[in-house]
Structure formats: C-alpha cells, structure tokens
Design a protein around this ligand. Structure first.
Ligand code: N01
Length: 553
C-alpha cells in the first residue's frame, strides 16, 4: 500500500453515481452518518430505472407494498399504494416523495454522466470526471447505477434508413409518445415487451409483435388494493419486512410461496389444482409451487406444460398459440414475466405476431421492414430489446483501478467480485447490487437496502479505526465467484439464454452473474463475514495494510 499520510484530503469522502432507489438511500445514510459526498445523476431528476422506463404499460412485477423502502416507518405509514403491482408513474411519484421528504436532492448534480473514474494510488482516492467537465476526488466511490440501465438496440441492416419513429423502452421520452392510430412494431417479448405490447395494442392502429423467443408469462392478477388490505399491511409492516429480509426473493407479503415437496410426488390432478390455485393468486409463485421446479427438468416440465396449456386455451388462433408457446428452455430459467392480458392481446384484430425464428427480418427499409415473407409498413418501431445487464452500467464508466487497470480488462471473461460488493485491485470502490449479489433475483429494494446499510456500516467501521483503504484479494474473490457459479450450476437457470448470463448481448461472456442462493442466505453470509472481523477484506491506514481476518480491533 502507498503511504497516503502526506496526500491532500480528497474533495469528498464519497462520490455516489446514480439517484434511483440505491442512490437516494445512500444519500440518506451517508448524510445521517456525517460523511461528505457528491452524487452524479444522468437524468434531470431522481428515479433511476423508473425515471427512464416510461413506456406504455410499465409496471412493477413485485408487489407494491414490498417494492418500496423499509428504512422509514414514517414513510411506510404515510404512503398508500393504490394497486397490487404499481405502474411506473406511481413508483416515480413515490421516489419523488421520498426525495422531498428527506430533502435528498440537495447533493445531487443532475444531467451529469460520469465519463471516467480512476483510482489514484498515491492519493488513495478516486478521481471522477463527468461530461459536464467536473473533476472531483473522493476517498470512496459507490456505484448506484442499477442493473438494467444500458439499453440494447440490435444492429439490423437498414435500421438507420428507417424514416419513422424509433424508441427503446428504457429511454422513453419524458413527454410521452402518441401512438394513437399508428402502425407500430414492438420488438422483444421479455418482461418489458410483454407489458408494452399489451398496452400499445389498445392504442395503436395496428401492432406488429416481433418475437424471437417466446416467453413464459403468468398473470399478475393486478388489482386495486382494498382499504382493509392496506390497513393490515401497515399494521404488520415490520414483520413483513423482517421475513422478507431472510426470505429467498424478498417477496413474502402473501405468505411463503416456496413449495416444500417435489412436483413428481404429486399426482397430475394435485399438480393441476396447485398450479391453477397459484395462477389465480397471480405473480410468480407458480414457478415455486414445488421445491424442484427450479432444479429438476422433469418437475420443471410439469409447470411449463401447464402454462403452455393456458396459452393454447387463451389464444384463439392455434398457429399463433403454438408460436407463443416457449419450448426451448425451462420455465423460470429466464426471468418470469407477469402480465395483464398479454396472451389475450393476440386475439385482437389489430395485432399480428411475426415469429422471427420462422420468418426473420432481412432488413429495415425507409418505411418499415422486410421479412422472408414480405414487407411491413410502419410509423414507429419500439425496441423492447433489453439491456447490457448488471455489468453494462459499470463498464460504461471507464473505471480504472490500482496500476491503471481497467475494469473492462479485469472482467474480460466475466465479472469477478467478492459478495458483489467489491472487486480486487479496485480499492474503495463499492457496488450496490453488483454482480455476484442477489439484486436482480430479488425484490430489488430489499437488496438495495441491505447493500447500502452494509456499505454504510463498513465506512463507519473504517472511520472508527482510522482505516482509509479497503480491498480484497484474488483468492477470496475466486472463492466467492466459484461459490456463485456452483449455486447457479445446481439450477436450471443456466439452461436458458438470458440476460442473467449476458446471452442477450453479442460477444458478452456467458457467465451467470447474480447470486442465486437467496437474499436471506446472502444476508447471513454478509453478516457472518462482518462478525468474523470482515473476513476476506483487507484494510489499510496510513500506509500500513491489515488483513481483516487477522483481527482488527
Ligand atoms: O429485456 P429482456 P426486458 N432481434 O432481455 C428480444 C426487468 N423488468 O427489457 O429472448 C429480435 O428480458 C429478446 O429475444 P431473445 C426484468 O428483470 C422489470 O424485457 O433474446 N429480438 C427478448 O425477447 C426483466 O427481466 C420490470 O430471443 C431481440 C427481448 O428482446 C428485465 O427488466 C418490468 C433481439 C429482450 O428481453 C429485462 O427485461 C420490465 C434481436 N436482435 C422489465 N435482441 C418490473 O416490473 C433482443 N431481442 C420491475
């Protein structure tokens, strides 16, 4: 470690990048602990994911009462969600409410994109530069950049010649888009596409759905929350949150939905009843109806077939129904989609499904696109084609660690972290919901709060002991990465080409990025590591390095 004693103090203790859920809670925490900080945010207001994803039909697929902050009992009591699954406008109003209530905008510099972040070993600080010409230094760098914030638009021949409107759902214009009566195509049938297609079909003159791979989608069974439901939640909020924190996914509001028995021990009639019961309750609970749906292909097949049967019942045209039936990967191996009438949409006269596996797009033209079957004339194309997930936002910022090593070089073959929180050789860099943590496999607000609190505790621990540097070593990191891989390999998740594996981005290494052991197990591991004097973390102060596990008091 370099001696930093004589180095001038950095401008701030911390720079935080991003002002969505993660950034806002970081502000709240850092401020309450007396740390100095600056926050940079690309958008012109708070909200992160919910600021950018304003596409028609945008809605949360976690229950509203859980997809929210738990850190303030006052906010929990004063805010009332109107629907079981909130729409984007309501979530953005909520985020704004929290920002206003705690005066969180004060330290945020909006409309500012971080263009580089370089660790200066001599000064033991991060030098952060932005597109607005800022150059600030901070002892610590915290990325709160979200996991799904770098939109992907495929590179089709002729796309730049298309004269109509083009939008990506993850970068939807703030002023909205009038699609009334227009000829619209939506490309992509993931969670986003399924929501957008259902909503746009009601508005467009004609909608063409461009599907490459059909997806398993379950009914959300969204509804207005009743006053008695809200009263009950508010009366028991503390208990709900406590259970969520130690659960598999952070989603426990309607009871523990994880089945305890094997699908193969149930008779076909019992399974049918259980799947139907869960289909009617709504949400993703059908895919955990039995304990082995996520791990055993035969068990999984029973749930997959139930959903295919539903699709065939709902969609009137048998050919269209067949095209909509997923058959090439296990149910739940990709993120399960929740819908509000998606399959019914294909019974509308103004909706056409183009199965790109059967009739691929040859090229876009100035007025539409050409498939192997013919030409489609369009006014507008909506790309619901996903994101360079999890690592994309981190690699987009030009992060350079010790010795000028680029993060993009270190992660060339896939991300490597310890707990998804730090990565060796990039001292004092903390990632909220980084790769190797459960973030995207959970009610993300639950995971965000855990990470922010963990980081805040760690910074306090360091301040109390005069430590100025935190890092880990490759051995610790390798062990964590292997653990994350082992957990994933024991599931069927690795059998689908999903964004969890980076499979949606051409050239991205195929590595299962999230920790799949569950938020409760992960939290426990994090707590045990802290209790064991921050096992695996190396701290240093004033030029003296110290391996935490050797004892730190
Ligand atoms: O993205 P996706 P998303 N030509 O990557 C298709 C979260 N989310 O934005 O499957 C044609 O899942 C691609 O096809 P294929 C949620 O975690 C949350 O929908 O690769 N098609 C796929 O159909 C979700 O999982 C909420 O063959 C192309 C689609 O585009 C995550 O965001 C709401 C193509 C991309 O699906 C991402 O979902 C919405 C090409 N070249 C989303 N390239 C909440 O409610 C890609 N596709 C919280």
């Amino acid at each position: 470690m370099t001696n930093i004693e004589a180095a001038p103090a950095p401008d701030f203790d911390t720079v935080v990048i991003g002002a969505g859920f993660a950034g806002l809670y970081s502000i709240y925490k850092l401020r309450s602990l007396g740390f100095t900080f600056r926050v940079f945010e690309r958008g012109d207001d708070v909200g992160g994911t919910w600021y950018w994803n304003r596409y028609p039909g945008a809605r949360c697929d976690s229950e509203s009462v859980e997809y929210s902050f738990s850190f303030s009992e006052e906010v929990q009591q004063e805010w009332t969600w109107s629907e079981r699954y909130s729409g984007q406008p309501e979530i953005l109003r909520y985020i704004n409410h929290v920002a206003d209530r705690f005066d969180l905008r004060r330290e945020i510099q909006f409309n500012t994109t971080v263009t580089s972040a370089k660790y200066d070993e001599a000064k033991n600080c991060w030098e952060v530069r932005t597109d607005k010409g800022d150059e600030v230094t901070a002892r610590f760098l915290i990325t709160a950049t979200g996991c799904l914030s770098v939109p992907q638009i495929p590179d089709y021949r002729g796309l730049s010649d298309f004269k109509g409107q083009k939008y990506h759902t993850g970068n939807w214009p703030k002023e909205g888009v009038d699609l009334k009566g227009k000829r619209v195509a939506v490309m992509g049938t993931g969670s986003t596409g399924i929501q957008a297609i259902t909503a746009i079909a009601k508005e467009a003159g004609h909608l063409v759905v461009l599907q490459r791979t059909p997806n398993f989608s379950l009914p959300a069974q969204n509804a207005l929350l009743k006053p008695e439901e809200i009263r009950e939640v508010k009366a028991t909020y503390a208990a709900i949150r406590k259970r969520a924190r130690m659960s598999a996914s952070g989603n426990v509001y309607l009871g523990d939905s994880m089945g305890k028995t094997s699908a193969l021990d149930a008779s076909p009639e019992e399974r049918e009843r259980e799947f139907e019961r869960r289909w009617q309750i709504g949400g993703a609970r059908l895919v955990v109806a039995y304990k082995d749906i996520g791990t055993d292909e035969t068990a999984n097949g029973t749930a997959a077939e139930f959903v295919r049967k539903k699709i065939r019942q709902i969609v009137k045209d048998p050919k269209v129904a067949e095209s909509l039936c997923p058959t090439t990967y296990p149910i739940g191996a990709k993120r399960i989609c929740l819908d509000s009438g998606y399959f019914e949409t294909f019974n509308r006269d103004n909706v056409t499904l183009v199965d790109l596996k059967k009739t691929p797009i040859m090229e876009f033209t100035p007025t539409g696109f050409l498939t192997t079957e013919g030409e489609f004339q369009l006014d507008c194309v909506v790309f619901a084609t996903g994101f360079d997930a999890i690592t994309g936002p981190l690699l987009a910022m030009g992060i350079m660690g010790a010795g000028g090593r680029k993060l993009s070089e270190k992660w060339q073959a896939g991300p490597r972290t310890y707990l998804g929180l730090i990565t060796a050789g990039f001292p004092n860099l903390f990632m909220i919901t980084g790769p190797g943590s459960p973030g995207v496999l959970s009610t993300v607000t639950c995971s965000i709060e855990q990470h922010v609190e963990w980081i805040a505790d760690c910074l306090t621990y360091m301040r109390d002991r005069g430590y100025t540097t935190i890092d880990t070593d490759l051995q610790t990191e390798d062990a964590w990465v292997n653990h994350v891989n082992d957990l994933a390999d024991a599931t069927l998740h690795v059998k689908a080409n999903s964004w969890y594996l980076g499979a949606n981005v051409p050239g991205k290494p195929r590595v299962f990025m999230p920790y799949i052991g569950g938020v409760g197990a992960y939290r426990k591991e994090c707590e045990e590591i802290v209790a064991d004097s921050y096992r695996g973390f190396n701290f240093a102060s004033q030029g003296k390095s110290k391996t935490a596990s050797a004892g730190t008091s």
